[in-house]
Design a protein around this ligand. Structure first.
Ligand code: NAD
Length: 478
């Protein structure tokens, strides 16, 4: 077996070359064969529950319930969904002949892209690596997985699982940081599936362009939440804080900041304070000791968050709750901030931590204007009882996905595409959309003996020219 932790360019090259014949052979793989692999992957994932819990405790101090619900469940559900639908997804889709292609039969075939690279982030290291892997296997590809260097304990379990279930000539893990990722990106993969920050997404896309490799970019951004005057304010606060504080806010689809209508702002802030107290404890010490709040991934990341809070405070923001941070302990308290000025770093950087800026608004027009003035976010959350308001916000803004009167549920729906738009990402994951991301939709046309084209061979005599002209005109009448 190949060493999977060695990151030298030569070994990476060797692994890549070993996957070439497998990729060709997999073009002929059947739904049954792929489903068998998906079952083995899912079973291996679920059999390692204790190992995952221990690894997540060390890397992120992540509460076990959050490991179950946000890491294992989404991957198992992705596999379950693919297992039930794969035979249908793989079936060639017949397409009726059009007027100008009369006499032909046509179909669309989903074929594997070939050799794929999946690069993952640290915040959901199982979900963001093995979720796309399910789609890549369903579509019949070989894969090299490159997890983030910040989750070494989780990566060790991932690498052991993959080595047990797959031959590295089909699926392998390569560990390392940015330099390793760049060695991988220098190779002519057929598809690169990247989850991470917009800044690194640009580097990945530029590298993929050298080989014209297709890309799926699952990026981040500042996803806003809007709570209008008709909203169920208490429910909105409960759900927004659930989204904000799960995994201590280190979630790509977490609400980044919230716009609250002036008439309900006090109620919203009060409910947020009560919710933090009820979920994590009544005193600063109790919150810091709560086993239900994950830690920042590294002291550096915690330091960044602390600096963002201090910067906003120094520029005039009000601390409405929390505010404590301790970089060495990787701790940031659930924090509510009011009046964060536009020049604060937090107003433009993705927060990615348990800090919620609360902004007051008077008119929906002003909020829509603010959303449209910023890069298109991954998610947009709206809490309102008015259908007209929901329709307006959806029509007049853009984001990867929208969720009305809930939080993060758009991510969990296997039948919906999951992905961003421009700054927040390119392409989609999940279910059939993930399957298509890792497939090439190939057009296959077979002609009968007689097609229109045979009427138009040179020499272009008068009657042929006349027929051509009438054909073009006829298209205008239909
Ligand atoms: P990151 O972009 O720093 O790193 C992601 C991966 O890229 C890692 O494997 C890392 O080793 C690699 N990398 C880092 N620098 C590189 C370089 N110069 N060249 C090539 N590869 C490089 O992201 P992160 O900090 O691990 O994760 C947080 C970000 O990911 C946030 O922006 C978050 O919103 C986003 N995210 C998005 C989703 C989604 O599904 N859209 C999910 C999770 C996280």
């Amino acid at each position: 077996m190949l060493p999977i932790d060695d990151t030298t360019p030569q070994l990476i090259q060797h692994l890549f070359e070993r996957q070439a014949p497998t990729a060709l052979a997999l073009r002929e793989s059947t739904a049954k064969q792929r489903i068998h692999k998906l079952r083995r992957l899912r079973d291996a994932l679920l059999q390692r529950r204790e190992a995952w819990m221990a690894a997540f405790e060390t890397d992120l101090r992540k509460p076990p319930l959050e490991v179950d619900l946000t890491e294992l469940l989404p991957v198992a559900d992705e596999a379950r969904h693919a297992i039930s639908h794969l035979a249908r997804w793989m079936r060639p889709r017949r397409v009726a002949a059009t007027l100008t292609t009369l006499g032909t039969t046509a179909r669309v075939l989903c074929q594997p892209r070939g050799r794929c690279l999946i690069i993952g982030p640290w915040n959901y290291p199982v979900n963001t690596l093995l979720g796309p892997l399910v789609s890549a296997i369903a579509a019949g590809n070989t894969v090299i997985l490159k997890p983030s260097e910040f989750t070494p304990h989780v990566n060790a379990v991932v690498a052991e699982l993959i080595a047990e279930v797959f031959d590295p000539a089909e699926i392998a893990v390569v560990q390392g940081g940015a330099a390793t990722a760049q060695h991988l990106l220098a190779l002519p993969f057929d598809h690169v599936f990247f989850t991470g920050s917009p800044a690194v997404g640009k580097i990945v896309m530029a590298a993929a362009a050298q080989h014209l490799a297709s890309v799926t970019l699952e990026l981040g951004g500042k996803s806003p939440a809007i709570v209008d005057e008709t909203a169920d304010v208490e429910r909105a606060a409960d759900l927004i804080l659930w989204g904000k504080l799960t995994n201590a806010g280190q979630t790509c689809v977490a609400p980044d900041h919230v716009f609250v209508h002036r008439s309900v702002r006090e109620r919203f802030v009060q409910r947020c304070r009560e919710t933090i107290e009820a979920r994590y404890g009544a005193s600063d010490a109790a919150v810091a000791a709560s086993p239900d709040l994950a830690r920042m991934i590294t002291p550096r990341h915690a330091g960044r968050l602390g600096a963002l809070i201090d910067d906003a405070h120094a520029r005039g923001a009000t601390v409405l709750a929390g505010g404590a941070h301790d970089a060495a302990a990787r701790y940031v308290a659930p924090t509510l901030l009011g009046d964060v000025p536009a020049e604060a770093r937090m107003a433009s950087e993705e927060i990615f931590g348990p800090v919620l800026p609360i902004e007051t608004f008077d008119t929906l027009d002003a909020v829509i204007h603010r959303v449209n003035a910023a890069p298109k976010p991954l998610a947009l959350y709206l809490f309102s009882q008015r259908k007209r308001t929901a329709a307006r916000v959806i029509e007049q803004t853009s984001s990867g996905g929208v969720c009305v009167n809930h939080c993060m549920q758009q991510y969990a729906h296997a039948g919906l595409p999951f992905g961003g738009v421009n700054h927040s990402g390119i392409g989609s994951a999940h279910g059939v959309f993930g399957f298509k991301a890792f497939s090439h939709e190939r057009a296959v046309l077979a002609a009968g003996r007689m097609t229109l084209v045979s009427l138009f061979y040179p020499p272009y005599t008068g009657w042929k020219t006349g027929l051509g002209r009438r054909l073009v005109q006829a298209l205008g009448w239909i």
